[in-house]
Design a protein around this ligand. Structure first.
Ligand code: GLU
Length: 237
């Protein structure tokens, strides 16, 4: 079996909290137990909420806990840079690939339009998800809207058939219906990638073999597995 590689991937949007430290500890312990590598990656794709103080608090907190990392922003490594805001060209390239192969599209819907439609869905008792308005735009139509200077984000074209089964090492098989998902955003209007896109690209490029993370991320794994499949990446455990 290849070397075990785990990562701790905090977002510098607040203090390192006990839940984060708990996640870091288990990812670190598993890597150390297996004689593998432990990577620290900073997920600062929330450009409005990420701060230098939070980043400093993450380093301080981990050092205080005596959790050390083999690769990371300050120590470097073969898969760097390890700060997502320094990897924007890498995400751009992957988003371009998804657009080229038809798995992603530019969405020109405004926040107001989206909110209005979500309201209608809620009123009808439906789960509020993107209704796919821009998924049918031709390449020419999208290019014209872009040329008019209309702002856009990029959405992933979800395969809404059947279900996604996450074979989780702790929880076992967990099934999520694909019809409930809706085409989610992978690149924001600002040009920054979303968490979903960046985490999938980086876990792959950084050779992560085991993703150890909070249970709140289990539902996100449905989106991540679809993205990995569309990009031709083998999923980590
Ligand atoms: N950056 C995410 C967070 O702070 C964690 C990402 C992950 O472990 O997949 O919650």
């Amino acid at each position: 079996m290849s070397e075990v590689r785990t990562r701790f991937a905090p977002s510098p949007t607040g203090n390192l909290h006990v839940g984060g430290a708990h996640t870091a500890l288990f990812a670190w312990l598993f890597a150390r137990h297996e004689g593998g590598k432990f990577v620290l990656r900073i997920e600062d794709t929330d450009e409005l909420r990420s701060t230098e103080q939070s980043l400093a608090a993450i380093y301080d907190g981990l050092r205080w806990l005596e959790i050390d990392w083999d690769e990371g922003p300050d120590v470097g490594g073969p898969c760097g840079p390890y700060i997502q805001s320094q990897r924007l060209d890498i995400y751009e390239e992957h988003i371009g690939r998804l657009i080229d192969n038809g798995r992603a599209y530019r969405c020109f819907c405004t926040p107001e339009e989206l909110e209005e439609r979500r309201e209608i869905m809620r009123a009808r008792g439906l789960p509020p998800r993107y209704d796919g308005t821009c998924s049918a735009l031709t390449a020419d139509e999208a290019a014209n809207l872009e040329a008019e200077g209309r702002e856009f984000c990029v959405r992933f074209r979800v395969d809404d058939r059947g279900a996604t089964v996450v074979d989780d090492l702790v929880r076992g098989e967990v099934t999520f219906e694909n019809a409930l998902m809706g085409d989610f955003v992978i690149q924001k209007t600002s040009g920054y990638p979303t968490y979903h896109l960046a985490v999938v690209v980086d876990d792959h490029l950084m050779g992560i073999t085991h993703v150890v993370r909070a249970e709140e991320h289990l539902p996100n794994t449905q989106a991540h597995l679809q993205l990995m499949d569309a990009l031709g990446f083998a999923p980590p455990q």
